[in-house]
Design a protein around this ligand. Structure first.
Ligand code: GCU
Length: 669
């Protein structure tokens, strides 16, 4: 069990390099800390555990001391450090004369500082000139669990839900602490316990008791608990005949319910709501709009300090317009009508967590209303917990995309962190990939995405490369060949999955239902779930015309974006078929025809998976056998899946293109 991955990136294995360990030991010295609160005790215990594991034995008096605490503790106060820029959660790691210091304004900041300090050692960075001063750019950094009370998990394959509702509140699983600890180690400070598609059961008192037990467990780690709110709850569990948000009885019901929740969980964070989407009830069922629905909950939460994340993932069963356009159409017209404690929770792209999407046009389009960026950590459309895909490069692409809302540099990241429009309510959410598998995420590499989500939520300026480097060292050790090989695998893996599944801007061509394999031929009977609607392949060519001659979804972006993406020559190849319908013989930037480029891109995705397998094999003996064997087996399956994706898509598209397969492509059998 020792190497089953349970410890995630918090392994604290002894530092193998004896001279480095010695130098760490002499510069750290014994710990001086005062720990009275639960959070401070957790911080101190973590520090002791980490140092014990990494350096072993007791730290000797060498003249140096590791000073740990908040600015008002005597031993920190006398250092006269400037902690004014750190806010509630930030921390400072620094040297003061011979001593090392971990300081913050709150115990929570100290806890984050402890994890960051240990990270320095885990990644073997020098301590001589240690100076790290950081605070989060986004206030609410949440996991969204798509977990049902029955313990099934929507779109996750890493086992059942970690939340054992049956035994709560009487039995609190010890591993809840490990979950909270892992979240805190990367700065995650909130968790939504229930699925966006959940019914209202969790709002019953019998379940609120259970929620309270989880909230009590997570609180000392700085993690607030949130729930999803089923809009029809007043009818479902309240005995009312309507859930109309303007009905006085409904307003009273929600107000009482929310007051009741706060008697169980005094620091309850608020709600995520999926309304009028994919069959979920919502205000439109009563002729009201999203703002009227969101405000109902927001007003009742406001006195307690809670907030509402109202999801923009809305689309109609009957396609009135390109699904890409619907959220923008609905939400831009409501801008300015939401209560201040409402944030629109918006997926990174306008369709649905495709392997690659251009950024959602809503970012930058609602100056009066903040957005919670919703990312999907679980790999719904990218091979579940079977395929190795490091998602940070994709998230980075969204975060750095320029909306031009207030001129150049108005990136999605800056819309989300509030700086473009001066919003104070800032949030980012990641749909969790965690289950009750011993290693939490099924694929041992899946943990890199949990880790990366937290790190990027804290600081969106970190690069995906830096994060991969940290995670690899903490998870697999610092041996140079191990680090270099795994980092390369991680960093190329996202482009790889795009290439073997939905290259050049293709999207929504997966098999319906499980979303795991290819299904470009599939017709679901409703256009918005039908692959052919999205790729539009015919004898004439392939791609979705979203320019002014087509659906004009492109018109929802700023003029600078329209200019860039408006022609097949100016748009990046990676988004080409998302916005343009082109002839099979269209000449690409590479000089190849579109058909040939498409075939070669699919092939290169497959080839890259084969290479990953070889790279991983080269690490045999450098990584513990258990984790090595598991990843090796998964890579074999990923290769078979990639070939199948490529073969199925090319064989199908070939029926339209009728062009020969170019040299270098293994034609589907
Ligand atoms: C996707 C996913 C659903 C999920 C939905 C959502 O469509 O397939 O399972 O409920 O997104 O985000 O609400």
């Amino acid at each position: 069990l020792a190497e089953d991955g349970y410890r995630l990136w918090l392994r604290y294995e002894p530092i193998a390099d004896a001279s480095l360990a010695k130098s760490y030991r002499s510069s750290i010295g014994p710990i001086e800390a005062v720990a009275t609160s639960d959070t401070a005790k957790i911080a101190l215990a973590e520090l002791e555990r980490g140092l014990e594991g990494l350096l072993g034995g007791e730290l000797k008096r060498t003249g140096a001391t590791l000073l740990v605490g908040t600015g008002d503790a005597k031993h920190i106060a006398k250092l006269k450090l400037d902690l004014s820029g750190l806010g509630e959660e930030g921390y400072l790691l620094t040297r003061h004369k011979k001593n090392l210091v971990i300081a913050a304004n709150t115990d929570q900041g100290v806890l984050y500082g402890v994890f960051a300090f240990l990270r320095q050692l885990q990644t073997q960075r020098p301590l001589e000139n240690l100076h790290v001063e950081t605070s989060p750019k986004v206030d609410h950094r949440l996991l969204n669990h798509w977990d049902n009370l029955t313990r099934t998990v929507e779109r996750s394959m890493a086992g059942a839900s970690i939340f054992n509702w049956f035994d709560l509140p009487y039995y609190v699983e010890p591993y809840y602490h490990d979950y909270a600890r892992a979240c805190a180690s990367v700065g995650i400070n909130g968790t939504v316990l229930t699925n966006v598609n959940s019914n209202a059961t969790v709002l019953r008192p019998q379940f609120l008791e259970k929620v309270a037990a989880l909230a009590d467990t997570f609180r000392p780690y700085g993690i607030q608990v949130y729930l999803t709110a089923r809009f029809s709850a007043p009818v479902e569990i309240g005995g009312l005949e309507t859930a109309d948000p303007l009905d006085p009885a409904v307003i009273e019901w929600w107000t009482d319910k929310i007051n009741e929740i706060y008697t169980y969980v005094p620091d309850f964070g608020g709600f995520v709501v999926k309304a009028n989407s994919e069959g979920q009830p919502g205000p439109q069922s009563y002729g009201r709009d999203h703002a009227e629905g969101a405000n109902l909950l927001a007003r009742a939460l406001a006195p307690h300090g809670g907030f509402v994340m109202w999801r923009a993932f809305v689309y109609d069963f009957e396609i009135k317009e390109d699904r890409h356009k619907q959220a923008y159409t609905e939400f831009t017209q409501l801008d300015g009508q939401f209560e201040p404690n409402v944030s629109i929770q918006t997926k990174n792209g306008a369709i649905d967590f495709m392997p690659r999407e251009p950024f959602h046009p809503l970012f930058g389009a609602t100056p009066e209303t903040p957005h919670t960026l919703e990312l999907q950590i679980t790999q719904e459309y990218m091979g579940g917990d079977i395929h190795l895909v490091y998602l940070a490069p994709m998230w980075e692409e969204t975060l750095e995309a320029d909306t031009f809302a207030r001129g150049a540099g108005s990136t999605v990241a800056k819309v989300v962190d509030g700086s473009v429009f001066g919003h104070e309510l800032t949030a980012i959410a990641g749909v969790a990939n965690i289950g009750n598998e011993r290693n939490w995420t099924g694929h041992p590499m899946g943990a890199s995405n949990w880790y990366a989500f937290g790190r990027l939520a804290w600081d969106h300026q970190l690069s995906s490369q830096e994060i991969a480097d940290e995670w690899t060292r903490m998870t697999f050790g610092n041996a140079p060949d191990v680090v270099a090989t795994i980092e390369e695998m991680l960093l190329e893996s996202h482009q790889t999955v795009v290439d073997y599944s939905m290259p050049l801007g293709l999207h929504h061509i997966m098999y319906p239902g499980h979303h795991y394999g290819p299904g470009p031929w599939h017709d679901q009977g409703r256009p918005d779930w039908t692959s052919t609607y999205y790729h539009n392949a015919s004898e004439d060519g392939i791609g979705f015309d979203r320019t002014a001659t087509g659906s004009d979804a492109l018109g929802q972006y700023a003029p600078e974006v329209v200019e860039k993406w408006g022609t097949p020559e100016s748009i990046e190849d990676k988004y080409l078929l998302w916005f343009h319908h082109l002839d099979w013989d269209y000449e690409m930037k590479s000089g190849k025809t579109l058909w040939n480029e498409l075939c070669l891109t699919y092939q290169s995705g497959v080839d890259r998976v084969a290479e990953m397998g070889q790279q991983w094999d080269s690490l045999q003996g450098s990584i513990d056998a258990q984790r090595h064997a598991r990843v090796a087996a998964l890579l074999k399956r990923q290769l078979e899946d990639a070939k199948f994706y490529k073969d199925a898509c090319l064989a199908y598209f070939h029926t339209f293109s009728q062009r020969p397969y170019p040299a270098g492509v293994n034609a589907p059998e």
